[in-house]
Design a protein around this ligand. Sequence first.
Ligand SMILES: Cc1cc2nc3c(=O)[nH]c(=O)nc-3n(C[C@H](O)[C@H](O)[C@H](O)COP(=O)(O)OP(=O)(O)OC[C@H]3O[C@@H](n4cnc5c(N)ncnc54)[C@H](O)[C@@H]3O)c2cc1C
Length: 385
Amino acid sequence: MDADIIVIGASPAGLMAARNACEKGADVLLLERKEEIGTLPHPANSFFKGMLDRCGEKADSSYIVHYLKGMKIVSPEGREVIIETPGYSIDKTKFDRFYTEKVIKTGVNLRTGVEVNDIRKEGGEFAVWTSSGIFRSKLVIISDGINSKMASLLGLKTMKHPEDIAWGIELDIRAAGLGKPEMFEYYVGNHAPGWKTTYAPRGGDNAAIGAYVRRCGKDVTPYLNAWIERFKKLKGLEEIEVVRKLSGGDPIVTIPGEYIMDGVMAAGGAAGQSGIGYAMRAGQICGDVAADAVRKGDISKNALSEYRKTWEKEFKVEHYLGRIGLETLRKMTDREIDEMVRVFEKEDLSFIHGSACEQAMHVFTFMLKKKPSAMLKYRAFLRNK
Ligand SMILES: Cc1cc2nc3c(=O)[nH]c(=O)nc-3n(C[C@H](O)[C@H](O)[C@H](O)COP(=O)(O)OP(=O)(O)OC[C@H]3O[C@@H](n4cnc5c(N)ncnc54)[C@H](O)[C@@H]3O)c2cc1C
């Protein structure tokens, strides 16, 4: 036996799972196919403090490139909803390395440049077949991201509504002063079917712009090109210098499905849990449950379902509300989105706080008081589109 627990993928979910399991006394081997952590980085470039708080983590200045005061949501005709909530533009390479250092200090055995090709159950243990030989453990945590090969090899259908994965491209760009503003900007409407285009200031002359769409295929280029032209007009720019282009899939509107079996759990994108913060929290829960299971000598699906119970208690309502919200948005016309945004425009929205469920309640109550007829716009959800 090489370890009690093998974690596959040094992702936000995998790093947290490995750290928590190790802190609880398990012997952990973390396998990552990249030779060097953080290169080539994942396209994620920002997150908001609220989510990090829920993971019990503090943002660290070593990976923050710019502090954000909040976000602006911009409707098709340019109406703005401003939500003040602190956030961070991050250097994802430095972020990954920050957590990797922490994980190694905890005592996790990290092996980079090791690609996992197969997982087989042999007697009472798992044989993990890799580019560097076979490693054996009592339990396996899969955190190899959204295109998880390992989950599908084991026959786990970890994601409900996989057709709703949002495909996105992020461009790192440069132009004079472009990185200075302190609000992250989201642009919603049918120019980006099903999700958004974005502008993330990254300090000084640096920024990132992105386009994310659903149900329009994986090639987002036409939407990104249109966004670049619109963005240049909006910001009065003749030219922008493109520094880097990164792309991928984000399971923002999928719902976690079957992500646990005897001796195996999946976390993060591999389990349809989208976003750095959600992946980290899933990893933490997974690591805790895995260490307890190994210690008690019961790695059955039933014992590991403690992970599902805790995850659902914390996030199930949020996931479903998020899906309903983004599906409604996908089905709305630009005009309907503008009318909806009008209800919130120029209002003080500092009352929106708490969990996503509480936030949704605040929004509904506000709309009911302010303009009950606007609630009818939610009928769009029922459209067959
Ligand atoms: C374009 C884009 C932009 C995004 N922007 C943001 C953002 O700004 N903020 C945010 O919160 N979220 C963002 N997301 C979502 C977020 O990045 C993901 O939800 C998050 O990275 C999930 O991480 P993860 O733990 O599931 O795995 P990943 O970050 O995908 O990592 C998977 C890891 O597993 C390793 N791996 C894969 N296969 C194997 C194998 N066979 N053997 C060994 N190792 C393997 C990979 O090398 C990788 O290191 C974005 C997503 C996309 C696509």
